[in-house]
Design a protein around this ligand. Sequence first.
Ligand SMILES: *Cc1c(COP(=O)(O)O)cnc(C)c1O
Length: 402
Amino acid sequence: MQEKFTGSFTQQEPIPDAGIKAAMDVLHHGRLHRYNVAEGELGETALLEQEFAALTGAKYALAVASGGYAMGCAMRAVGVKAGDKVLSNGFTLAPVPGAIASLGAEPVFVEVTDSLTIDLQDLQAKIATSGAKTLLLSHMRGHLVDMDALMAICDAAGVQVIEDCAHTMGASWRGTHSGRHGVVGCYSCQTYKHINSGEGGFLVSDDDAVMARAIMLSGSYMLYERHAASPPAAVFERVKYDTPNISGRMDNLRAAILRPQLTTLDAQVDKWNARYKAVEDGLRNCPGLHVIDRAPEGRFVGSSIQFRLPGYAPAQIEGFVQGCAGRGVELKWFGAAEPKAFTSRYDSWRYAQKQALPETDRILAGLIDMRLPLTFSEHDCKTIARIITDEALTLSQTVAVE
Ligand SMILES: *Cc1c(COP(=O)(O)O)cnc(C)c1O
């Protein structure tokens, strides 16, 4: 009998009781719109922003409708215009180039390395050839590039950095929270990320004018004084006539669900990383399978794990993925020719100019990805690792490796 796994890779934990109670309170009083507050009341959304600013160490925070919205809003707030070129990782997910396209700007993709982080040499080259003045840096799957080196390159070239921290909420680089190196950090509270309100997102920044514009862009009308983690009113006076309202607000119901989750985020990160380690330990000595080492300067969030199976033909990898699926282990493969479910890659985003990224192609051709929801136990993780190892062994024995 072959071992099988029966857990669900898309089942997250329930909303904590404190979040359910707070949500019920909002439903009872009915003031769901963030600016619909009683006299002197700071609504759930404003409180959430204060708490998120404190958590990340940012001066200002803004809660919005989604992570994708946060990135588009951040780019508008730093002054990206239609037709501008915006650098981003060749290895990321669809909301990232989508946010660039939402401004009518043009994505310029940068190669990825074997560590799944942006290739700093290629970044330097693409800054020079494209003339782009903005980098939308995606910390894809929580792999953190050397942020000190990246910021040195971007600062020297006058490139402003916006961080996509959809996979790094709760992570840090040398003790600084991810999203605090660039001018704006953007986060997602979508169900599959690190805190869950179904949909939702944040921007954080220390920059007065950027955050005032972001707040107005998000749809504050002239009610910006109902924010708490925000620049002084005088800053809004300078931007309020020139900043369009592109509604994408957070509401008090979702904020109520999220606030208790912020208080447990750090403990959740430990739980994720214990599960991650259980899988990683199980995969370490599997022939032909490469786990991806993470930089020791970074505290990451092991909410998913990636590994490489270099040198196999597409049909072989497909067979491996199907073999695992048949035993209840749901994997995604970034080398597939066609985009599938949440997984797509740069050459399927055909609204962007066609670009050649041979290194990224090589890496994605053998790249496997797996979610690790907290509903899995460490025992589950060991089972999963055994199944993957077993299938990888079959793969290495039955087919010739290049
Ligand atoms: C999920 C995700 C986002 C943001 O997505 P939303 O669904 O809009 O909240 C951004 N970048 C990456 C890499 C993501 O996976």
